[in-house]
Ligand binder design. Structure first.
Ligand SMILES: *Cc1c(COP(=O)(O)O)cnc(C)c1O
Length: 232
């Protein structure tokens, strides 16, 4: 599907351009922002054109789905970097540590302990982000903002995790800027360089407020199917 390939490459170049402009406006180097291309729900046929256009950092939110498509792609592109950006259940930790290069969703002590043990076992000390429930929404994952600093310390000191940053998904129905600013403040207080914030609708705002990682899906790959029907 050559038209599709061209469209995907054009989307990538548009997003890269917008990030570069947002960086210039904020007096930041364009290298200070990593684009995490969120490929969840999309198959290898749509991911490959983005890889061919030079993108190497990708995000997936389900371990099992990622296992189905990334090992083969990694053989072709050994230098790619895969971020887990969705909730991680304890029984998926072994597979997640084996497959992913960065875990962005550490949000509870039990998970921190299980991850640390598994990384030790596999000899893969992956960088992790602590996920903060920045809008304190009951249905959302993440540690509450006022518990983030203590939890980050626990991850580092008790579990020896390599915590490199904080990650958040602001409430969908509120202006994101105050939430981004709060996340930046939490990261600053904890002395963490990494700030994973901003999605297709608001990544320029996130860059203006200091994001080091923006997680962009639909602006690159197009809208996702609303729901995947069950087989059978
Ligand atoms: C799906 C997802 C994204 C990307 O969302 P878009 O609006 O499609 O860019 C970013 N972060 C997380 C955690 C996601 O699950």
């Amino acid at each position: 599907m050559p038209e599709d390939t061209t469209a995907l490459a054009a989307n990538l170049s548009d997003v890269q351009g917008s990030i570069a402009r947002a960086c210039a406006d904020a007096d930041r180097s364009p290298d200070s922002v990593t684009l995490v291309a969120v490929s969840k729900t999309h198959g290898p046929d749509r991911i490959r054109p983005i890889l061919e256009a030079g993108q190497r950092v990708f995000g997936e939110n389900r371990v099992q789905e990622a296992q189905g498509k990334w090992p083969a792609l990694r053989e072709a592109y050994p230098d790619l970097c895969l971020h887990l950006i969705g909730p991680l259940q304890s029984n998926k930790v072994r597979d997640a540590v084996a497959l992913f290069d960065v875990i962005q969703t550490v949000d509870r002590p039990k998970l921190a302990a299980t991850l640390a043990a598994e990384m030790e076992l596999q000899g893969r000390m992956l960088p992790v982000f602590v996920q903060v429930n920045i809008g304190e929404e009951p249905q959302k994952a993440g540690v509450p903002p006022d518990e983030a600093e203590a939890f980050i310390q626990t991850c580092r000191v008790v579990h020896g995790l390599n915590v490199v940053g904080v990650m958040a998904i602001p409430p969908a129905d509120e202006p994101p800027a105050p939430h981004f600013a709060l996340l930046r403040e939490i990261g600053r207080r904890a002395g963490l360089p990494g700030l994973s914030m901003g999605m297709s609708g608001d990544y320029e705002t996130a860059v203006a407020l200091g994001a080091t990682h923006v997680r962009v899906g639909s602006a690159l790959f197009g809208e996702r199917p609303a729901a995947v029907p069950l087989a059978g």
